[in-house]
Design a protein around this ligand. Structure first.
Ligand code: GTP
Ligand code: MG
Length: 196
């Protein structure tokens, strides 16, 4: 797949406003500030396709991008941002669960976690929902440039070990949008999902 061909499609305020549920969709999810939008820009070689920010909670809308007529990428709003009111948080968690369970075109979910703070409670909830929905999961341990090679490997192996307990189709790689570490791994997994 040529990810450079990605083009902005729509910003949806909720899952009901997403494009028609046809073709193949892959969603990027994770805590606020995990690096979802940065990873999408790295994947598509476009610096400002998805909006990135130092302020957590920047992406409030579900942004959708087309790769071709049948394939889409989805940038989901981050969860776990402390300053969001509880009612909004709960509503979003419900929508996210609904999206994962009911979206027929969703063929895989990329869960991004800062390599320095992996597998927080909400990440684990998300992975459980994905496994329950029989969706393959790619965990990207982001900002891998923040750790040295030894610590990076250690965290990678620890997270791989911990994910065995979910009993699902889960792949784990480290990733950096800064130096493109892990980009080939990301493309390889997505190519597989988009082939189905
Ligand atoms: P929300 O949309 O708020 O949920 O955040 P997000 O997950 O889309 O994160 P975003 O891509 O906006 O990145 C958040 C911050 O982390 C920004 O300041 C980025 O520059 C930084 N960042 C993202 N990826 C990397 C990386 O690989 N390495 C380093 N060092 N910083 C990164
Ligand atoms: Mg974002």
């Amino acid at each position: 797949i040529n990810y450079q061909r990605a083009a902005f499609l729509t910003s949806a305020p909720d899952i009901k406003a997403l494009p028609a549920d046809a073709g193949i969709e892959v969603a990027f999810a994770g805590r606020s500030n995990a690096g979802k939008s940065s990873a999408l820009n790295t994947l598509t070689r476009q610096n400002s396709l998805a909006r990135t920010s130092k302020t957590p909670g920047r992406t409030q809308l579900i942004n959708t991008f087309s790769l071709d007529e049948h394939r889409r990428l989805i940038d989901l709003p981050g969860y776990g941002f402390a300053k969001v009111p509880l009612a909004v948080k709960e509503k979003w968690q419900k929508s996210l669960a609904e999206y994962l369970t009911k979206r027929a075109s969703l063929k895989g979910i990329v869960v991004l976690m800062d390599i320095r703070h992996p597998l927080k409670d909400l990440d684990q909830d998300l992975i459980h929902w994905a496994v329950d929905s029989e969706l393959p999961v790619l965990i990207l341990l982001t900002k891998s440039d923040k750790l040295g090679p030894g610590a990076r490997k250690k965290t990678l192996f620890e997270v791989r070990d911990a994910t065995l307990a979910f009993m699902g189709d889960i792949t784990v790689h480290t990733f950096s949008s800064l130096n493109k570490q892990g980009l080939a791994d990301l493309e390889q997994v997505l190519d597989l999902w988009y082939q189905a």
